[in-house]
Ligand binder design. Structure first.
Ligand code: NAI
Ligand code: MG
Length: 338
């Protein structure tokens, strides 16, 4: 059986890391029929007058699954971020960010294995901002709904149960934000009674940040609201080597978009220097989502092998391999494990 997947290579280093990832995926032996959409972002504005054209959204609605490279967002002007557009239009409410130590990637920590579930659609990022001209006061509303909280919390508990990975920690600030964060915490507590097999606890966000940089190995899964999740997921990425190596996914009840969390790196685009590891790790998540567990395991073992050996790594990891050389070595390793 072959899987149909929408591929959005993106711009900047996007096409380079996407090519590499597609080749590594082919080495797993899983048949994937790619539906490629090269024009999103700036290129789509030039051709179709909008950064995220309807036919790209329809393609994802039809395949259900997309793999996406980075897309440049102009700062302060121009069009709205394609990533935000995708999350809202496809209702991808769960931002899933696994952060796992890889051998050969030097960091102060070993054996970190975390997954963060961040609510992706509401909270302080609801877009409810206003300015009172008379008093020069700016307001930003952190809207949290029961439905929005329940679905991300359920998602996290389901994941923790399916992967037998506890404890699940709900991260909040309910001591101060009694209604918003308090509701989120209470709902998580209610769900913990429905999932007695999942070990459950809670932490206040500031204490959580401190504990994460002291002893990250004590945590496994975390679920939290939008702003806290945004910050925590980058903090956790830093524990395992940074944004260049970690995977990410935006998942809803109907569709899933797997993406590199780094940007389009215009400073190195087109030079064969990009490290495709982040998108490869997102592709591993995608394989698990598609039920291709053995292929996902082979991909992971391949990555561990190539990094342990350390002879074919890209410049950002202190090596001299090009994107293609890295992808070739990784494809061989993956094919051996498949
Ligand atoms: P960036 O992640 O593109 O680059 C930051 C630094 O990390 C640069 O020095 C870059 O060369 C390096 N880097 C990033 N990914 C790398 C990789 N795979 N291999 C080797 N080195 C890598 O972040 P920046 O510069 O803030 O953003 C550039 C553009 O990307 C902006 O237009 C931004 O809006 C967009 N962006 C898009 C994202 C997405 O589509 N998911 C996410 C973040 C930023
Ligand atoms: Mg962020």
């Amino acid at each position: 059986m072959s899987h149909r997947v929408t591929l959005i290579p993106g711009d900047g280093i996007g096409p380079e890391v996407s090519d590499a990832t597609v080749r590594v995926l082919a080495a797993t032996g899983v048949a994937i029929e790619w539906d490629v959409h090269e024009k999103v972002g700036e290129a789509a504005v030039a051709e179709y007058g909008e950064p995220l054209p309807a036919h790209v959204l329809d393609a994802i609605r039809s395949s259900g699954v997309a793999l996406k490279g980075p897309v440049t967002t102009p700062v302060g002007k121009g069009f709205r971020s394609v990533n935000v557009g995708l999350r809202q239009k496809l209702d991808l409410y769960a931002n899933v960010r696994p952060c796992r130590s890889l051998p050969g990637i030097e960091t102060p920590f070993r054996d970190v294995d975390l997954v963060i579930f961040r609510e992706n659609t509401e909270g302080l990022y609801s877009g409810l901002e206003s300015y009172d001209e008379r008093h020069d006061i700016a307001d930003s509303i952190a809207r949290i709904s029961k439905r929005g909280s329940e679905r991300i919390i359920r998602f996290a508990f389901e994941y923790a149960r399916r992967h037998a990975c506890g404890p699940l920690t709900v991260v909040h600030k309910a001591n101060i934000l009694k209604l918003t964060s308090g509701m989120f915490l209470n709902i998580a507590r209610e769900y913990s009674e429905r999932y007695p097999e999942v070990e459950f606890n809670d932490r206040i966000i500031d204490n959580m940040c401190m504990q994460l940089v002291v002893k990250p190995q004590q945590f496994r899964c975390m679920v939290t609201t939008n702003l806290f999740g945004d910050i925590l997921s980058d903090l956790a990425a830093g524990l395992v080597g940074g944004l260049g190596v970690v995977a990410g996914a935006n998942i809803g009840d109907e569709y899933a978009v797997f993406e590199a969390v780094h940007g389009s790196a215009p400073d190195i685009a087109g030079q064969g220097k990009a490290n495709p590891t982040a998108l490869v790790q997102s592709a591993e998540m995608m394989l698990r989502h598609l039920g291709e567990t053995r292929a996902a395991d082979a991909l992971h073992r391949g990555l561990v092998e190539v990094y342990t050996e350390g002879r074919h790594v890209t410049p950002d990891r202190g090596g001299s391999a090009s994107t293609t050389e890295f992808a070739d070595r990784l494809s061989d390793a993956v094919a051996n494990h498949a």
